[in-house]
Design a protein around this ligand. Structure first.
Ligand SMILES: NCC(=O)N[C@@H](Cc1c[nH]cn1)C(=O)O
Ligand SMILES: [Zn+2]
Ligand SMILES: [Zn+2]
Length: 471
């Protein structure tokens, strides 16, 4: 049954790579709302591809969003699409996103991030693995059935957005609104927007949630000459560094009182799941280029990345960061950090505790400057039920394509909408990654290997078949 599909995928791999090149060329960075036009261009391109394949596409209105500045902006639409429906078949809804993280040559890319470049079997480009490659792989899996004149064994629906990287604004409301229409006949929701833990294929049963914080410190009216005013001014940057420095200790432990209190305790059954993961600590040190991790064992490192909270400091807006030695006191600086959250943490509760912590530390500085803390994203963590039939189908599909058992893993990054899918629609959600553990999502030189892209397409084709057998 699967062989002709796999043959078609092998025979058309160059065409599939070319399509990925066309998608990567669109600079659909969602981080800057003034550039959401490119996100819309990318969504239209994806919509056109689905229509060419005979899919019915709606570009659903996602409403508006208030930015931290107070400005209200119109959101790009969300693709809701479906292929021909047969009421006798199960319905699988595939979620993906076509926006990307920012990327600039000067960040240290070896090749132009928006020109997909193949080097030694790896396809380098922003979005190659997160998430344009996997979205295209789903479409190519559908195409493999259509082109070989085989009936697709499940009904396919698609939900594709353009704001995942900033927290899926508008999507939560849209899902609630369409729960009894678009989602009514959906049986399963599948997401491929994360990486394997090792070189072994994986099925993912959990993601961390996230809250993103902006800490603004505003001082003098203008940037000041440090030679003229230095020593007489309480500098915004010094206040900010004191605040950011209060968040973590040197072991990575979050210093905000109470933030980690609700973390679900580790059970013996859960701990056992880590035994079978072929994660090699030494290799991973080389992949990321560090001498050691904060933890000593494989299990501890993986748990720190997947099942415990973490706090990361991302950057400072307004600080002097260009080359050279300009001698100013910046008038206003905004620090940015985020907290990855795990069951049973609750983003609004975390956000309240963080604000209280920052206000308390700020009060000890006796500063004349103004502090403003804003929280965004507010995405909940997600954990699936491993007994779910999707995991059985996923396991079989991995065996069909790779001839091995998958590793059961969690994911440290956030799919903001995952928990909402589960809670609001009541449907089963699974993550079926095809991206490599060293693909460098969000990093310089992001890539997907040709192998993972093409074998991943086969995995999706096999998954449709295995899921239909279980329904
Ligand atoms: N591939 C998933 C991913 O990268 N998700 C983003 C979502 C996010 C969280 N906070 C802001 N955006 C991630 O950084 O985890
Ligand atoms: Zn992603
Ligand atoms: Zn991402």
């Amino acid at each position: 049954m699967l062989e002709p599909l796999f043959q078609y995928i092998d025979d058309h791999q160059n065409q599939f790579v070319q399509r990925l090149k066309e998608w990567v060329a669109i600079k659909s960075d969602s981080g800057d709302h003034t550039k959401w036009g490119e996100v819309e261009t990318m969504l239209n391109m994806a919509a056109e591809r689905i229509k060419k394949m005979g899919g019915k596409v709606e570009l659903a209105d996602a409403g508006t969003h208030q930015l931290p500045s107070g400005e209200t902006v119109l959101l790009p639409p969300v693709i809701l699409a479906e292929f021909a429906k047969d009421p006798k078949k199960a319905t699988l809804c595939i979620y993906g996103h076509v926006d990307v993280q920012p990327a600039k040559m000067e960040d240290g890319w070896a090749t132009d991030p928006f020109n997909l470049t193949e080097i030694k079997g790896n396809l380098y480009g922003r979005g190659a693995t997160d998430n344009k490659g996997p979205v295209l792989a789903w479409l190519h899996a559908v195409e493999s059935y259509q082109a070989t004149k085989k009936e697709i064994p499940v009904n396919i629906k698609l939900i594709i957005e353009g704001l995942e990287e900033v927290g899926s604004y508008g999507l939560f409301k849209l899902i609630k609104k369409r729960r009894d229409s678009f989602f009514a006949d959906v049986d399963f929701i599948v997401i491929s927007d994360n990486v394997w833990a090792t070189t072994t294929p994986a099925l993912t049963y959990g993601t961390r949630g996230s809250s993103y914080f902006f800490v603004e410190i505003e001082g003098p009216k203008l940037d000041l000459h440090s030679g003229v005013y230095g020593g007489s001014i309480q500098e915004p940057m010094a206040d900010l560094i004191a605040l950011l420095g209060s968040l973590l200790d040197h072991t990575g432990k979050i210093q905000v009182v109470g933030v980690s209190d609700d973390v679900t305790p580790l059970t013996e059954d859960e701990r056992k799941l880590y035994d079978n993961i072929s994660f090699d600590l030494e290799e991973m040190k080389n992949v990321v280029g560090v001498k050691h991790f904060l933890q000593d064992t494989k299990e501890e490192v993986l748990m720190a990345r997947w099942r415990y909270p973490s706090l990361s400091i991302h950057g400072v807006e307004g600080a002097f960061s260009d080359p050279g030695s300009k001698t100013i006191i910046p008038r206003k600086v905004t620090g940015k950090f985020s907290i990855r959250q795990v069951p049973n943490m609750d983003p609004p509760d975390v956000e309240r505790k963080v604000k209280e912590h920052l206000e308390q530390v700020f009060s000890t500085l006796n500063s004349p400057n103004r502090l403003k803390v804003t929280a965004t994203v507010g995405a909940k963590p997600w954990v699936a039920n491993l007994q779910d039939s999707q995991y059985v189908a996923g396991q079989k599909a991995v065996k069909d394509v790779f001839g091995v058992e998958p590793e059961f893993i969690r994911e440290g990054s956030t799919i903001p909408i995952a928990q909402t899918f589960q809670e609001e629609t009541g449907k089963s959600v699974m993550m079926l990654p095809i991206s490599g553990h060293d693909d460098g999502e969000h990093s310089q030189n992001e890539k997907i290997s040709r192998y993972n892209y093409i074998e991943g397409t086969k995995l999706f084709a096999a998954y449709f078949y295995e899921l239909s057998l279980l329904h």
